[in-house]
Design a protein. Structure first.
Length: 157
């Protein structure tokens, strides 16, 4: 009977030792995870600060753009006022109305050609169409761009 009691005590002792090892391993893993969380928290904090600063800069730039737009509008109004004043003075001095100037819109000039001899605006259109048709398939985009540029060169030697 005594032997059974000793055997049971030894087995229980082994189980406790294994449990202690497992608990120690789990505690070490929890400590590692806590360290990783601290590192990630610091990184996210820096990212949040950078994002807030970027947003504040964008807002101040928008304010600057708004102010520039307002100034440009004021200058355009002044130019209109000056033009009207000149017209009135011309009528006063000559008793004739100045001839009306009609502005005819001119077609936009093609921008300089790319190294391949294709105008930049045509190349932008070809690229935009390839990206629109195949937004995630870059090999197909490259294929379409290559074929379209070859076709353009063939049609416009």
């Amino acid at each position: 009977m005594l032997l059974v009691f000793i055997a049971v005590a030894v087995l229980c002792g082994c189980k406790n030792a294994n449990q202690e090892k497992k608990i120690t391993a789990l505690e070490q893993r929890v400590k590692q995870l806590e360290e990783h969380v601290e590192v990630w928290s610091e990184g996210l904090s820096g990212l949040q600060t950078n994002t807030i600063q970027s947003l504040m800069l964008a807002e101040s730039q928008q304010t600057n753009f708004d102010a520039m737009g307002t100034r440009m509008l004021e200058q355009a109004l002044r130019i209109d006022d000056i033009s009207a004043t000149v017209d009135r003075l011309a009528v006063m001095f000559t008793n004739k109305r100045p001839p009306q100037v009609v502005y005819v819109p001119q077609p936009a000039a093609r921008q300089s050609a790319t190294p391949g001899g294709i105008p930049a605006d045509v190349m932008r259109e070809i690229t935009a169409e390839a990206v629109r048709r195949y937004p995630t398939d870059f090999e197909m985009q490259e294929f379409v761009i290559r074929k379209q540029t070859e076709s353009y060169r063939h049609l416009h030697p």
